[in-house]
Design a protein around this ligand. Structure first.
Ligand SMILES: Cc1cc2nc3c(=O)[nH]c(=O)nc-3n(C[C@H](O)[C@H](O)[C@H](O)COP(=O)(O)O)c2cc1C
Length: 548
């Protein structure tokens, strides 16, 4: 089912994946889910200006851990899932968020299961995050004893965060390919959660052995009565956030069952569209085929990976950009200027941040337990000191031989003399690939007019046979996480990035000579000097901010 879905949702030169082909504005989904009848607790909005330098996000252990409080939870959600601006063009306004989304449709919903916190609630509870209000809606109050037993194995102050997807929001515009985009967006949000935790000195790990059924029960997504005519949410993932030291192998929430948490629920979900004029049954089918049963958590060996020093050459301590500016100021470029070049130092640093390290402590890769399954095929256009051409980054150095075997035989696989010793970056072919990059990205000029763009090549079939069909989602999550780091790194390099979900799948494989169906392109990205759309007005995300 998964392979069939992936094949039928490919874009081809002669045929795009099935979609409505137009925007049915009358049924445009509401981007904001609310639970009517649930208490809304507004989160205090601190004035902007948290001074943490951007580079410290990656220096684990150096950021002092903030105590769990209403203020720190507020900052956590602000950095992870909040609105960051409103945009206006004539009479139309729309909001942007810390987490990006394909078509800005935002299928991802966020939840938290929190202990009693002063001014938030005096009992442990399940909350839904409402980004428009920057508030938590209290969906359920939990039995205090059950909560303490559940959390007994975890450090004091630990809490859970869950993500779900509302497929309809993406399917409304993108049709059958929408399931892929929902998974990309969940991956971006997983990274924004990890990055937000890092800013507060907290660690965060994916509880990868949890079944979807349990996540749905814990977050209230399986409660038929609370949804009525409202669009249902698909459980995606659950993470454990701990204020203290990292947990290397988090225990499963063994004792957890829907009944054992003893929840009292309230709130009814709003319907997002008045009607659904078209349905895409294959999305339900692939969702069903990729649901996760409970399993032992993945544990893998990272001893063959480079150290931080081997990856970066010299330690990266740039002090100009704050973490907050990068996180809240991140934006997608809508067009690239076709001239801006970046330094090779910025290029290598960006790629180094996409790599896990030997000690398993590189952020955000410490949040997921599997070795990278997403590798990069790069189109380099304008990087000083780096010849234009096709390159490969083997994000798992152990997969280098496999990548060489699957790609074009005539590729050179040469190291650049200036590249840090531990960064597995290889020159494949020197050439001007600007037009090629744009062509395979559905003709989008942003892929050719930037400093570089890339295709994310997934070690696809081997991943599915190793971890099971549910891991189809994880491949998109990992790709989304790569993308989120690229977004922030672009801010650090004073350029901009853009995720590219629209690309021609098989023509990308052809560029790299990949004939085997076992390796597939899962996402595209571009980075370069942006061209601003000066017709748009930018308004503050929330009332307290000054207009920019
Ligand atoms: C999974 C994904 C796919 C995307 N695909 C494209 C694309 O093909 N072309 C494009 O111009 N932008 C694309 N974007 C960028 C979105 O349009 C952008 O994230 C959204 O409009 C919100 O703007 P922001 O990123 O500035 O918050 C994509 C973003 C994501 C997360």
């Amino acid at each position: 089912m998964v392979v069939a879905y992936h094949e039928r949702t490919k874009h081809h030169f002669h045929r795009y994946a099935a979609s409505p082909g137009y925007m049915d504005w009358a049924t445009q989904p509401d981007p904001f889910r609310r639970y009517q009848g649930a208490d809304l607790v507004r989160l205090p909005l601190a004035k902007s200006g948290w001074p943490l330098p951007y580079w410290q996000l990656y220096a684990l252990g150096e950021v002092p851990s903030e105590p769990l409080s209403l203020e720190s939870i507020s900052l956590f959600f602000r950095y992870a899932l909040s609105l960051t601006a409103w945009k206006r063009f004539h009479d139309t306004t729309w909001s942007l968020r810390a987490n990006p989304s394909s078509g800005n449709l935002h299928p991802t919903e966020g939840y938290a299961v929190l202990p009693p916190i002063d001014r938030l609630g005096d009992a442990p509870a399940v909350y839904h995050y409402a980004p428009k209000e920057h508030a938590l809606e209290r969906r359920a109050i939990l039995d205090a004893t059950a909560w303490s037993e559940l959390c007994a194995p975890f450090p004091e102050g630990s809490f859970l965060v869950g993500l779900s997807s509302i497929h309809w929001r993406e399917a409304w515009k993108y049709g059958e390919r929408a399931f892929r985009y929902c998974q990309h967006d969940a991956g971006h949000a997983l990274a924004t959660l990890r990055i937000a935790a890092a800013a507060l000195g907290w660690s965060l790990v994916l509880l990868d052995g949890m079944s979807d059924g349990l996540i749905a029960a814990l977050l209230g997504l399986s409660r038929d009565d609370d949804y009525g005519k409202a669009e249902r949410e698909e459980p995606e993932l659950l993470v454990l956030v701990t204020p203290g030291l990292p947990l290397t192998s988090p225990r499963l929430l063994d004792g957890l069952t829907a009944r054992s948490i003893g929840a009292q629920w309230c709130g009814e979900a709003n319907a997002l569209s008045s009607e659904h004029s078209v349905n895409w049954p294959v999305i339900d089918e692939v969702a069903q085929a990729t649901r996760r049963a409970a399993s032992a958590p993945i544990t893998e060996d990272f001893s063959g990976f480079p150290t931080y020093e081997e990856l970066c050459g010299a330690p990266v301590h740039q002090r100009l950009l704050t973490a907050e500016k990068a996180i809240l100021g991140r934006r997608s470029a809508v067009a690239m200027d076709g001239v801006t070049a970046i330094s090779e130092e910025a290029f290598f640093r960006t790629l180094a941040r996409l790599m896990p390290t030997r000690d398993g402590r590189s952020m955000p890769w410490d949040a997921i337990p599997w070795r990278p399954r997403i590798h990069l095929g790069l189109f380099v256009h304008r990087v000083e000191g780096v010849p234009p051409g096709l390159y490969a980054l083997a994000r798992d150095p152990g997969k280098l031989t496999a990548l060489k075997e699957v790609m074009r035989g005539e590729f050179r696989w040469e190291r650049l003399p200036s590249c840090p010793a531990g960064l597995p970056l290889y020159l494949l072919q020197e050439r001007d690939c600007r037009a090629l990059a744009a062509t395979v990205s559905c003709g989008q000029h942003i892929a050719g007019d930037g400093a570089f763009s890339l295709g994310m090549i997934a070690d696809y079939i081997d991943s599915l046979s190793t971890y099971g069909a549910a891991f189809y989602r994880n491949l998109f999550w990992e790709a989304g996480m790569v993308g989120q780091v690229l977004y922030l790194e672009a801010e650090e390099a004073s350029i901009r990035s853009t995720g590219i979900g629209c690309y021609f799948d098989d023509p990308v494989h052809e560029v790299f000579g990949i004939a085997s169906r076992e390796w597939q392109s899962f996402y595209h990205f571009t980075a370069g000097g942006p061209l601003e759309d000066t017709r748009l007005t930018t308004l503050p995300a929330y009332d307290f901010e000054e207009p920019t």
